[in-house]
Design a protein around this ligand. Structure first.
Ligand code: HAM
Length: 414
């Protein structure tokens, strides 16, 4: 026998039961984001590698070690997208969307790729849903983006949800702050983990993320960016918070909140679930007022979120999402196949869910199958046609296919 092949490491197949849950989540997402004016955009699954190097940032883990990059036949470096914001911003600039009425509100759903060590809730191909609002720095957009994500994960039934928010200010404040933080970390260099020490010059903020005990102790006394914000940024953050407070959202201001992408300015946030293990972030996002410009477009503020579809479903109680019971058409005699087949087509044309016996079961086995799929009506086609109302158990002979249709509709509406 040939060796059995398996899906590549860190990938998975979506089987029908999962697919139903994903489809239900997709409907919530379409509904919630659609009502808020976010329209669908689709961007390519691979982009020029430079888009992510410039957009996400050379110093990030994503760009340094997690990208699936390859050369095309002309020697251009391409990368399977590790996230969606850079591609959306590229598309905004490329299609001159700054000429449209602002803000331009976009939503997306699709596959993303990161070469990470697979574990529960962390895959090499995963699905993100997300939203971006471009062209305005109004704090109500920041608040709206946070609230939409929270609303969505709540609608999906995610358990034990926590929200953390912070503000990173502008690149200038951040630079001054980073110098201050760098000097502080420099004074404590010997107490830090190797990893943090290696990255002192590239990304000292990541020190707040460290698990290493010595580093954590040092970070307790470290200066916090939130205390160094310029007055405009502080006022912006205060307004975002006021709107979240008015909406009744419970959240924590976490001055150590660090996101794994470099494009953020001002608001950043993360939504987590206590029902998950180590990979507990359901989603996150924030404002990126310089990103479009960094990608060669006009100066354009923006804010958005992305969330992991698989993680949202892991954090939710699996509900009863079986397909609604429809009609089962059984064959009392194999010679009735053509009549049964035609009847099935007519029932489906009426918008009903209809399954036909197609595996050569005995009549007894067929009736069992009708029960198994939760059929609400079973049509038994042989020399005569009988319709059984599965609710009442009543079985009625039909004079012909037309009457059988009427009896089925009667059984479904009872
Ligand atoms: P992110 O925090 O890198 O943000 O990813 C968002 C979410 O994608 C995570 O919270 C997680 O649920 C999911 N995710 C990330 N990596 C994996 C993985 N390897 N396996 C499974 N799920 C994963 C962004 O991507 C930003 N683009 C968000 C954003 C939008 N910021 C502004 N606008």
């Amino acid at each position: 026998m040939a060796a059995r092949l398996q899906a590549p490491r860190g990938t998975f197949d979506v089987l029908p039961a999962d697919a139903r849950r994903r489809a239900a989540l997709a409907r919530e997402y379409d509904d919630i984001l659609g009502r808020a004016g976010y329209e669908t955009i689709e961007t390519p699954v691979f982009e020029d590698t430079e888009l992510f190097a410039r957009g996400v940032g050379e110093a990030t883990d994503i760009v340094r070690k997690e990208m699936f990059s390859f050369e095309d036949k002309a020697g251009r470096s391409l990368t399977l997208r590790p996230e969606g914001t850079a591609g959306v911003c590229r598309a905004y600039a490329e299609h001159g969307m700054h000429k449209l009425p602002q803000p331009v509100k976009l939503r997306y759903w699709g596959p993303y790729f990161r070469h990470e060590a697979p574990q529960a809730g962390r895959y090499r191909q995963f699905t993100q849903l997300g939203a971006e609002a471009l062209g305005s720095d109004d704090p109500s957009l920041d608040a709206e983006i946070v609230l939409l994500l929270v609303e969505l994960v709540a609608a999906a039934g995610a358990r034990d949800v926590r929200v953390r928010v912070s503000s990173l200010g502008t690149p200038e404040t951040r630079e001054a702050y980073l110098a201050e933080l760098g000097a502080y970390l420099g004074e404590h260099e010997s107490e830090l983990s190797d990893d943090v020490r290696d990255r002192l010059s590239t990304n000292p903020l990541r020190a707040f993320d460290a698990d290493h005990a010595g580093t954590r102790a040092v970070m307790e006394g470290a200066p916090r960016l939130l205390d160094r914000l310029g007055s405009d940024d502080a006022a912006h953050f205060a307004e975002v918070r006021a709107l979240l407070d008015d909406a009744g959202l419970g959240y924590e201001v976490d001055t150590t909140l660090v996101r794994g992408l470099d494009y953020y300015t001002r608001t950043v946030f993360e939504v987590e679930s206590g029902a998950l293990g180590a990979q507990n972030a359901l989603g996150g996002g924030g404002r990126y007022d310089r990103l479009v410009e960094q990608l060669g477009g006009p100066g354009t503020p923006g804010v958005g979120f992305a969330a992991g579809v698989e993680r949202i479903l892991l954090a939710a109680e699996p509900g009863d999402d079986a397909e609604p019971g429809g009609v089962y058409v059984a064959l009392a005699d194999p010679g009735a196949k053509r009549t049964a087949f035609a009847l099935v087509r007519r029932l489906r044309e009426r918008g009903l869910h209809v399954q036909l016996e197609q595996a050569g079961r005995s009549l007894k086995g067929q009736l069992k199958q009708a029960d198994r799929i939760g059929a609400r009506a079973t049509v038994i086609v042989g020399e005569s046609i009988e319709v059984k109302d599965m609710g009442s158990g009543e079985q009625t002979a039909a004079a012909g296919p037309d009457e059988a249709l009427a009896l089925v509709e009667g059984a479904l509406s009872s």
